[in-house]
Design a protein around this ligand. Sequence first.
Ligand code: GLN
Length: 235
Amino acid sequence: ADDDADDDSQEIVAGTAPGFEPFEMVIDGELVGFDIDLLEAVVEETDYELAGWEELEFDGLIPALENENIDVIAAAMTITDEREETISFSDSYYSADQSVLVQSGGDVQPDDLEDLEGLNVGAQSGTTGEGIVQDELIDEGLIDEGDYDSYDNYVLAVEELERGTLDAIIIDEPVAESFAADREVEIAFTFETGEEYGFGVRQDDDDLQAALSEGIEAVEESSEYDEITQEWFDE
Ligand code: GLN
């Protein structure tokens, strides 16, 4: 018997993949970011209670959800048909496109995907950025399989760009902007993918899925969504 607990509330554990600023990152040992604040505000609107956060690699999030190590994914994860074959998503809470990042002032200055022909391209394992490398670059014959470098985390790929050991990265535009502001990398160009981020849940968790979607709507209707956006983006 825990006197503090709301007896009707069900505890859930969230999973995320830090290193994807400003959505989720570790600063001074603390997990912070847009997704962290947003999910916490959204869960406040529901009968659920957030018991804590697990930090995982991005491509470990869906397996962790399926294994019930976590109950919800909050990781700037794009709602895709492929992912919906194994998990479900809340309604969208953010829209994004993809950008190509290069070394600041470097020799590689592509204007479009065709300009990436024959270059060394990187992305984070399991992302939609990696999907673009496969579909638009490898399958189109612009680069060889061996020209693609897959990273556990985009931070590692950005470090290779800064060192000049990688030519370009394909990454979500808001995150590209954040890296470009903080590091020796710049956005070469952005292309429209119309991605929508949702919170991921298990397919049988209809109640949680509905509660999160209702919570997102409530947070968007109050001033909270704008406050959280202002805190993490210069908007
Ligand atoms: N939005 C992209 C995806 O869903 C990247 C997410 C991420 O790297 N955290 O694949």
